[in-house]
Ligand binder design. Structure first.
Ligand SMILES: Cc1cc2nc3c(=O)[nH]c(=O)nc-3n(C[C@H](O)[C@H](O)[C@H](O)COP(=O)(O)OP(=O)(O)OC[C@H]3O[C@@H](n4cnc5c(N)ncnc54)[C@H](O)[C@@H]3O)c2cc1C
Length: 469
């Protein structure tokens, strides 16, 4: 998405862009493909939030905005199968979720009291509480006297899914920003957007935008090496040995791939791209289950007290279920997709054991699954799903402007201030495109501002800004 957003922004500005993609499909980690039986599956369910302004802009550019449906209600379920929901009401932020929070059944009064005080610490500091530099989210929560229930059934539930890392290995700044930008800053930041089509269908407009300007999209076209001469980008050597030159290049590959493509001196110790060898990754496991009948009525559920973190009712969420997943939908079956982030414990487990674990957990929250027939199941382990937002990670994330003239860097791992998300990837793509345009002597702005803060959060955000300036 970093490469696609960069390429589309540059093409929209009149540049002739050549996009080189190693794989046979677009979308990188946020894509879908067809199984041998014809069913199209996402490599993993991807969701966006209302606060993801740049992703929304990118979807508009490529005609995909109408293919993402937003939901105002968040659904939770605990081990006893008890449901709770969260939804904003017409109170000024940060108080718009307060009624839902007060009635949230899975938390005790003591849990709620401790959460409310930490939330106020975030909101009144404009999302920038003091003393968080380099500490983990868990450390910050302990300093805020959070109860074990609050940590396990609230903070961990939201943040492990959002950041793909355990609280003890997450930089406090990242955890705090999730709550500030998505839940406290504005009334609509938390709204969850879910594609109604397989992920690859969102990128149909990319090729058109590039080709319209005389550019081209070349699939199965891996780059082996980036050549640098006298500190300038000199060309990209393809896997078949041919070399391409260009006035400017945006490298939008994963950080470890970039490291191998560039001359070693750029990522050596103390070199400008040294950080590439310090960025670590964390895994996400997606479990796809097809049942012979309806087993779930909600569009999605967030699970408390389970290994499984989310269940998506793909049959209900997908407008095109009938056409794309043919037989399953027409026989009134149901396709569910389960997501487990920071799934370190599942990595060594066999696929069959993972399926059995998920079936057991679904039996507790969706009793109809116990009688239903599981007709098919697939497990997709993404070992390097996202970069790990460990404490101090920002010092290793390089800016989009590289030390090599004519070369800019894009990728969710570059320094955007955002975690490893589609929004982060698109921000990096837009920033890299801005660097490329500046280098060509035609500066442009592509980055879209954050969602505006509202209510009292706006006041506190301004106060924090003034205090820092
Ligand atoms: C399982 C999973 C679940 C996720 N869930 C969410 C979610 O719900 N919401 C969210 O916002 N984010 C989610 N993410 C994160 C999101 O997918 C990524 O942050 C985003 O897609 C990263 O985009 P990118 O362009 O930076 O990197 P990538 O998608 O990795 O793109 C890199 C591209 O470079 C190509 N490439 C690699 N080597 C070469 C080469 N030598 N030559 C040419 N091309 C090459 C690759 O094929 C790929 O297309 C999830 C990620 C995973 C894996």
């Amino acid at each position: 998405m970093a490469g696609l957003s960069s390429a589309v922004a540059l093409a929209d500005s009149g540049l002739q862009v050549t996009l080189l993609e190693k794989r046979p499909h677009l979308g990188g980690r946020a894509t879908s493909y067809t199984l041998p039986d014809g069913n199209e599956v996402d490599n993993c369910q991807h969701v966006t939030l209302g606060c993801c302004t740049n992703l929304s802009d990118f979807y508009s550019r490529v005609g995909a905005n109408g293919k993402v449906r937003f939901y105002d209600t968040l659904y939770f379920v605990d081990r006893a199968g008890r449901r709770s929901t969260m939804k904003a009401v017409a109170l000024p932020p940060p108080f718009h979720m307060t009624p839902s929070f007060l009635f949230f059944g899975a938390l005790s009064l003591a849990d709620k009291r401790s959460i409310a005080s930490a939330m106020l610490a975030i909101a009144t500091s404009g999302g920038k509480p003091k003393g968080i530099d380099g500490i983990s989210m868990l450390e910050w929560l302990h300093r805020q006297n959070q109860t074990p229930g609050a940590i396990e059934r609230f903070w961990r539930v939201v943040l492990v899914s959002a950041l793909d890392e355990e609280l003890a290995r997450t930089d406090a700044r990242y955890g705090i920003e999730v709550f500030w930008k998505a839940f406290l800053g504005s009334a609509g930041g938390y709204r969850i957007g879910i594609p109604t089509v397989p992920l690859a269908d969102l990128y149909g407009g990319c090729s058109g935008a590039i080709v319209k300007r005389g550019g081209q999209v070349r699939m199965r076209c891996g780059v082996r090496e980036i050549r640098v001469r006298d500190g300038r980008f000199a060309g990209a050597v393809l896997e078949d040995g041919t070399e391409l030159t260009a006035d400017a290049c945006v490298a939008a590959v994963p950080h470890d791939v970039l490291q191998k493509m560039l001359p070693a001196e750029y990522s050596a110790e103390s070199a400008p791209l040294e950080g590439l060898s310090h960025i670590r990754t964390s895994p996400i496991t997606g479990v796809h289950l097809w049942y012979d009948r309806e087993v779930m009525t909600e569009p999605f559920l967030t699970l408390l007290d389970h290994t499984t973190q989310w269940v998506f009712n793909k049959t209900l969420l997908s407008e095109t279920a009938a056409s794309k997943n043919g037989s399953a939908a027409s026989a009134k079956g149901q396709y569910l997709q389960l997501v487990i982030s920071a799934s370190y414990d599942l990595v060594p487990m066999s696929r069959q054991d993972i399926i059995e674990l998920c079936k057991r957990e679904l039996g507790e929250i969706l009793p109809a699954t116990k009688d239903a027939q599981l007709t098919k199941a697939t497990v997709i382990k993404e070992i390097n799903a996202t970069f790990s937002p460990e404490p101090g990670i920002d010092r290793w994330r390089p800016p989009q402007k590289s030390p090599i003239a004519g070369l800019s860097l894009a990728g969710d791992w570059t320094n955007t201030g955002w975690p490893s998300t589609m929004e982060g990837a698109v921000r990096s793509g837009y920033l890299a495109a801005e660097c490329a345009m500046s280098g060509l002597g035609n500066p442009q702005k592509f980055l879209i501002p954050d969602m505006p803060f509202e209510g009292l959060s706006k006041f506190w955000a301004h106060k924090a800004e003034n205090a820092n300036s």
